[in-house]
Write a protein that binds this ligand. Sequence first.
Ligand SMILES: CC(C)(COP(=O)(O)OP(=O)(O)OC[C@H]1O[C@@H](n2cnc3c(N)ncnc32)[C@H](O)[C@@H]1OP(=O)(O)O)[C@@H](O)C(=O)NCCC(=O)NCCS
Length: 170
Amino acid sequence: MPDTVAIRRATLDDLPQILERWSELIAHHQSVHPDLFVLAPHARGTYGAFLRTQMANRSSLVLVASLGVPLGTHGVRLIDGFLSGAFGQRAPHFVERDVGMIFDVAVRPEARGHGIGQQLVAEAERIFSKRGIKWLQADYAPSNDSAARFWQADGLKPLLVGGYRPVSKR
Ligand SMILES: CC(C)(COP(=O)(O)OP(=O)(O)OC[C@H]1O[C@@H](n2cnc3c(N)ncnc32)[C@H](O)[C@@H]1OP(=O)(O)O)[C@@H](O)C(=O)NCCC(=O)NCCS
């Protein structure tokens, strides 16, 4: 039987726990790419402010998930995972412009492998779909093995590939 995962929109009370999940996400990125994921001293505050803005914005979504327990309206339970995203638009010269964007999905290391990530994406998809969105968009680093496998299992197909390299002195 699949694990029970309770999902709801985040409230301000959830912020400290979401920031814990975000710290774990960043730690994971740092383990894959130590150079490009070093945090500025103000990072936690800056990301917290970004989340607050997202929670107040109707064109954004921040979802929280908890394994095996019903979530109350406020964030008193252990939050095992979160997802942030937004309704987005591609360039005006495309016919297919509206997309549901997923910025971050992170699950507490001890709670991974129970379908939380998958169900967070399914809930975001349900919300996007209710607003007529037909396409989901997310970025991941191919070198981030768990993220690459997660998104491949989800059915996401890479469209554009970007990259970084140091600028050489010429
Ligand atoms: C990627 C992440 C969000 C997945 O969350 P999760 O709750 O563990 O994922 P799920 O249990 O919903 O997995 C769904 C499917 O994805 C695939 N998958 C997920 N993690 C995997 C892994 N480590 N290895 C192989 N496949 C994996 C599987 O096919 C899985 O289905 P299955 O268990 O039926 O085989 C989680 O590993 C995480 O927080 N990683 C660190 C942060 C990160 O990299 N986030 C993504 C940034 S874009």
